[in-house]
Design a protein around this ligand. Structure first.
Ligand SMILES: N[C@@H](CCC(=O)N[C@@H](CS)C(=O)NCC(=O)O)C(=O)O
Length: 292
């Protein structure tokens, strides 16, 4: 194994602001707001503050699924939070999520004092319970759904913060770290592959919030869309995950949800803010730039 560093930890850790990793400019060892910045508020009860990353996409897919089912109370305004510019440290955002990470949801359904919800898994569950859908009511099926939902919340940091960070974002490659997290991500993909060999969806026969939570991370990884790590991890081996990921990707609500707050990729797939269902036809970046 190549030994890339002679680093010996000092007695007391201190903050090296110039550590060079991607996102080093937004990482810091303290919480709280860095500046005053109120959050905008639109016309709908549900106000989402997010970005089209895998964690953000979970919520916009959920909201689009609810609307597709006819829940008009799920109409929402989606505002863009540019995390690489530090907008998650504005005072308004920190009040919505003291952890300063997208996504954050404010629900004004009961008036001007909103319910705040942060952590994508908590938001999915909050919405599923509010609208009474996409989460099973049968206790055994519900337990299965919850187990996979929480599995995702615990597992994805190994994929993103572990594998993704050390394989794609760290300023230099550390074999030990890449090896450690590549092994763990392959194990996680195998967990899903075995489950999806026996079940159409993650929690059983029905599509649930467990699928919505897992798909952006592990569906994306199995399709080679994350960190350019598909060949490295030989993701084509996970045939059942790929079958499931392809089925979910075809859902109209998923196609719409993945466009919201997206700031990368072809301009026609980027809908930076969403305030109305018609925005998908009129407000994508290709159309806005053509008008400008
Ligand atoms: N466990 C959280 C993770 C959220 C998260 O990591 N969000 C990232 C983007 S995907 C973020 O906002 N990062 C900004 C930062 O770390 O300052 C969730 O599922 O909501």
């Amino acid at each position: 194994m190549s030994n890339t560093t002679d680093y010996v930890p000092p007695k007391i850790w201190t903050w090296n602001k110039a550590n060079g990793g991607r996102f080093a400019n937004i990482n810091r060892p303290v919480a709280g707001a860095t500046h005053e910045q109120a959050l905008p508020r639109g016309k709908h009860p549900l106000q989402l503050y997010s970005l089209g990353t895998p964690n953000g996409v979970k919520v916009t897919v959920m909201l689009e699924e609810l609307l597709a089912q006819g829940h008009s109370g799920a109409e929402y305004d989606a505002w863009l939070i540019r995390i690489n510019e530090g907008q998650q440290f504005g005072s308004g955002f920190v009040a919505a999520n003291p952890n300063s990470k997208i996504p954050a949801l404010l629900d004004y359904s009961n008036g001007d004092s909103p319910v705040r919800v942060f952590e994508s898994g908590a938001i999915l569950l909050y919405l599923a319970e509010k609208f009474g859908t996409l989460v099973p009511t049968d206790p055994a099926l519900r337990a299965e759904c919850m187990s996979w939902l929480f599995w995702q919340m615990g597992s994805a940091p190994y994929l993103g913060g572990g594998f993704g960070h050390f394989y794609a974002y760290a300023p230099f490659k550390i074999e030990y770290a890449i090896d450690r997290f590549a092994m763990e991500v392959k194990r996680e993909l195998d967990v899903l592959n075995r489950r999806l060999a026996e079940s159409r969806f993650i929690a059983g026969d029905d599509y649930t919030i467990a699928d919505i939570a897992i798909w952006p991370w592990y569906g994306g990884m199995a399709k080679g869309q994350l960190y350019e790590g598909g060949e490295f991890l030989q993701v084509q081996e996970y045939t059942h995950v790929i079958r499931w990921a392809d089925e979910i990707a075809k859902r109209p609500a998923v196609r719409r949800g993945r466009m919201v707050n997206r700031v990368m990729g072809p301009l026609e797939t980027q809908l930076h803010e969403r305030h109305d269902a018609s925005d998908f036809d009129t407000q994508t970046q290709d159309k806005l730039q053509a008008k400008a």
